[in-house]
Design a protein around this ligand. Structure first.
Ligand SMILES: Cc1ncc(COP(=O)(O)O)c(C=O)c1O
Length: 338
C-alpha cells in the first residue's frame, strides 16, 4: 500500500463521500439553478458569518478572482515572498490582474503589521498604488505555520488605516483553526475576502469557495465566468464539499499528530538537517549527506513512501486522512532503520 505524503491533495473520496455525490440534486449553476451548489455556498458563507460565497474549481481560481476583484491594473499587492499567490499561481497576478507584487520576506511565510506599514507605497506619480494585502494561513511553503490571531488583527488595522483590501488564502485555514482552536466567524469578521479549499485536508476531490460581501461575490461571479470557471451540474462536486465540511474538519488533529511523530523521528537522524517547526500537517526538512533530496525520496520510494523534494535541499511531507496511523508507524520504523 502506497503512503503518499507528497500533498494532502492526494486524498481520494471515501465511499460515504461518493455516496453523497451520487445522491446530489443538480441543475445549471451558470443559471444559479444547482440546489447543491447553492446549499454549499450558503452553508460556507454562514459558517464564516459572511454575506455570500461562490464555488470554484480550484484555490488558484478563488485567489485569482479575489485579487482581480480587489485591484485595478498597475496597482500593487503586498504578500509574503513564499505565498502561493506569488510563487505557485503561474504569474497570475500579473497575467489576470495586471498588478505587480511587493513580496515581503517574513517568518515561515507569515508577515507582520509593521512589515505591511513599511511596504505601503507613498502616494506619488512614480509609485504603484498599494491596494491589497494577501496572507496565507496555514502557510504552505512556510511549513504549515499558523498566524497568531492578534497579528492578523494588527494587519487588519493597518489595512483599515490605509484603505487596503485584505484577502486570506485559506487553502488550509481548517488546519489553522483546528490547531489554534479558532472559529470561522473570527476570520469572517476580519477579511474582505477568504478563499477556502475543500480538496486539501478535507478530502473532497475538487473545489474551493470564495467568501465576501454580496457585491464582491456578484463581481466574482462575473470574473469566474470570464476565467472559464462557470460550471453547470457541478452539484455532484459540491455534495462532496458539503460532506467534507460536515465530517472531515475535527479529524485534522490526527494529521497534525502524525506530522509531529514523523518530525520527531526525522530529527534523530544524522542525515536530516533543520526541520521547520511543525504546527499542523506539513513537515519540511533539509536533507544532508550522504543523501540528496532526490536520493532520499528515491530510497523512501523503495518502500512505497512518496515524498516531495521542494528545493535543492528541502523535502516536504504532508499528512492527510489517506495516510493511516499504521502507515505512519511503518514509515517511522523504516526511518529508524536507515
Ligand atoms: C496555500 C495554497 N493556496 C492555494 C492553493 C491552490 O489550490 P488549487 O491547487 O486548488 O488551485 C494551494 C494548493 O496547494 C495552496 O497550498
Amino acid at each position: 500500500m502506497t503512503t503518499d505524503l507528497r500533498s494532502d491533495t492526494f486524498t481520494l473520496p471515501t465511499p460515504e463521500m461518493l455516496d453523497s455525490m451520487f445522491k446530489a440534486k443538480v441543475g445549471d449553476d451558470v443559471f444559479g439553478e444547482d440546489p447543491t451548489i447553492n446549499k454549499l455556498e450558503a452553508i460556507s458563507a454562514d459558517m464564516f458569518g459572511m454575506e455570500a460565497a461562490i464555488f470554484c474549481p480550484s484555490g488558484t481560481m478563488t485567489n485569482q478572482i479575489a485579487i482581480k476583484c480587489h485591484t485595478q491594473p498597475g496597482e500593487e499587492v503586498i504578500c509574503e515572498k513564499l505565498s502561493h499567490v506569488y510563487i505557485y499561481e503561474g504569474g497570475g497576478i500579473a497575467l489576470n490582474s495586471g498588478c505587480q507584487v511587493n513580496p515581503i520576506i517574513g517568518d515561515r511565510g507569515r508577515i507582520t503589521a509593521d512589515q505591511v506599514v513599511e511596504n505601503i507605497n507613498p502616494i506619488h506619480d512614480y509609485k504603484a498604488i498599494t491596494r491589497l494585502v494577501s496572507i496565507e494561513n496555514t502557510t504552505n511553503r512556510g511549513g504549515g505555520s499558523c498566524y497568531d490571531f492578534e497579528n492578523i488583527v494588527a494587519i487588519k488595522d493597518v489595512c483599515l488605516q490605509h484603505k487596503l483590501s485584505f484577502h486570506m488564502d485559506g487553502a488550509r485555514l481548517w488546519n489553522a483553526m483546528v490547531k489554534k482552536n479558532e472559529s470561522p466567524k473570527q476570520y469572517g469578521e476580519i477579511f474582505d475576502s477568504i478563499s477556502i479549499c475543500l480538496s486539501k485536508g478535507l478530502g473532497a476531490p475538487v473545489g474551493s469557495l470564495l467568501l465576501g460581501n454580496k457585491a464582491f461575490i456578484q463581481k466574482a461571479r462575473r470574473i469566474r465566468k470570464v476565467f472559464g470557471g462557470g460550471m453547470r451540474q457541478a452539484g455532484y462536486l459540491a455534495a462532496a464539499g458539503i460532506y467534507a465540511l460536515e465530517n472531515n474538519i475535527a479529524r485534522l488533529k490526527e494529521d497534525h499528530e502524525h506530522a509531529h511523530e514523523i518530525g520527531a523521528a526525522l530529527k534523530k537522524k544524522s542525515f536530516i538537517g533543520n526541520v521547520l517547526p511543525i504546527e499542523t500537517n506539513i513537515v519540511i526538512f533539509d536533507v544532508l549527506a550522504p543523501y540528496t533530496t532526490e536520493s532520499f525520496a528515491a530510497l523512501l520510494e523503495t518502500k512505497q513512501i512518496l515524498v516531495m523534494p521542494i528545493s535543492s535541499t528541502q523535502v516536504r511531507m504532508v499528512t492527510h486522512f489517506g495516510v493511516t496511523a499504521a502507515q505512519v508507524k511503518q514509515m517511522i520504523n523504516f526511518i529508524n532503520e536507515i
